[in-house]
Design a protein around this ligand. Structure first.
Ligand SMILES: *Cc1c(COP(=O)(O)O)cnc(C)c1O
Length: 394
């Protein structure tokens, strides 16, 4: 058996649309495919304004620029996340305040969030880990009370939802709740723009004009192309955040197949979950560390699952290391992440020293199993069989 951890999926139309983009004669950004993709997201998810970006990190940087931070302003980010969540705000001169994760899943703990707020706090950045929603009711209530902006790091959260106010009839798409949101179309995400790509979502009207300007190197070119001004100038901060048309063309092929991609990924995810639930029922007490040999992913009642990541929580770092080795010896690549930001070499000196025990626990014990469109149900069953034999032999 040889199963990689991830493999980018091709729907079959990518090269065709990229070829079209090349011969459309407009190669730079904001062309037909870019507009088509942006329109797709606005229509399907009700996002107020969408701008494709060259990466999820870039979309986060645009969010940070739009927040207009002053030196000493504080931004609350989870410590258990990819570095770009924090870096985007650090680059803008903000002080990053790290939040701990919940006991039940790696998302930031909204119950203790308010204790981190000071008069300098300006922004909260919830990360929807594994595409599973943070408690957005609690977070938005706190933000409103303290007049803070909310930037959703929805890098992993395409096509996932939150049930606002416990209303299960009208789920709200992740990315549509905060003032701003960032998605990633890196090749490791559910859909990709040809390796690298992202999306900025602007839900608050106040930020739309400036977002377009920042996107286009600090020029008002977007207004010029719409005929709203008769020449464009250098009007603000910005950078070159828009992707070339061939990346948008690649992404378009993926968007046309989004439902099929999601259906397949969820089937794989559910196969893992069902098989490993049975393993847990049989061997739950076996390892004798706490009451479980491992824990399955937690999807709170207010969240949906977009099958971005399938993870297990092992009882200890040693058990995780042993499981990864057992899988590797059998040709299967499982990986762990993230190193806690607050205890990393670069961020340690920027952290206020509070212990973040839940974050450290996930950093030590979370393991990700292979999860990609072209994975087969039989392969998932084989992987679950190997996990069962691992548990049985402890
Ligand atoms: C992938 C990811 C990013 C960065 O996205 P890129 O497109 O790789 O720049 C940011 N935050 C989170 C939580 C991610 O998973």
């Amino acid at each position: 058996m040889n199963i990689p951890f991830n493999k980018p999926h091709l729907t079959g139309k990518e090269a065709h649309y990229m070829y079209q983009a090349v011969f459309n004669g407009k190669l730079s950004g904001n062309g037909e495919f870019t507009k088509r993709c942006q329109h797709f997201f606005e229509e399907r998810y009700g996002f107020r304004k969408c701008l494709l970006t060259t990466s999820g990190s870039d979309a986060l940087e645009m969010c940070a620029m739009l927040c207009n931070l002053q030196p000493g302003d504080e931004v609350i980010v989870p410590s258990y996340t990819f570095v770009s969540t924090a870096l985007a705000f650090l680059r803008e001169g903000a002080k990053v305040v790290f939040a701990d994760s919940m006991k039940r899943n790696p998302n930031l703990d909204a119950q203790t969030l308010e204790t981190l707020i000071t008069p300098r706090t300006k922004v909260i950045v919830p990360v929807h880990y594994a595409g599973v929603a943070c408690d957005m009711d609690a977070i938005m209530t706190i933000a409103q009370k303290h007049n803070l902006l909310v930037v959703e790091d929805a890098a992993q959260a395409i096509d996932s939802y939150f049930f606002v106010g416990g209303d299960y009839s009208t789920p709200k798409p992740l990315g549509a709740i905060g003032h701003l949101a960032a998605f990633s179309f890196h090749e490791t995400k559910n859909i990709t723009a040809g390796g690298e790509g992202g999306l900025l979502v602007v839900n608050d009207e106040r930020f739309i004009r400036r977002a377009e300007i920042i996107w286009e190197k600090g020029t008002n070119r977007a207004e010029f192309f719409r005929g709203e001004v008769n020449k464009y100038g250098w009007v603000d901060m910005g950078s070159s955040f828009l992707p070339a048309e061939i990346n948008a063309a690649f992404l378009w092929a993926q968007l046309e197949n989004l439902d099929e991609i999601q259906t397949k990924r969820k089937a794989l995810w559910n196969c893992y979950y069902d098989n490993l639930s049975k393993v847990l029922a049989t061997y739950g007490e076996k390892v004798g560390l706490g009451d479980a040999s491992f824990a399955l992913p937690d999807i709170p009642e207010y969240a949906t699952n977009n099958a971005h990541i399938f993870y297990l929580i092992m009882p200890s770092l040693e058990e995780r290391t042993a499981l990864i080795k057992h899988l590797k010896d059998n040709g299967i690549l499982a990986v762990f992440h993230y190193l806690s930001l607050h205890s990393s070499a670069f961020y340690q000196s920027k952290h206020d020293g509070r212990p973040l025990p839940e974050c450290d626990r996930y950093a030590d014990t979370l393991v990700r199993l292979p999860m990609y469109y072209d994975l087969q149900i039989e392969q998932v069953e084989q992987i679950c069989g190997l996990i069962e034999s691992f548990i049985n032999n402890r």
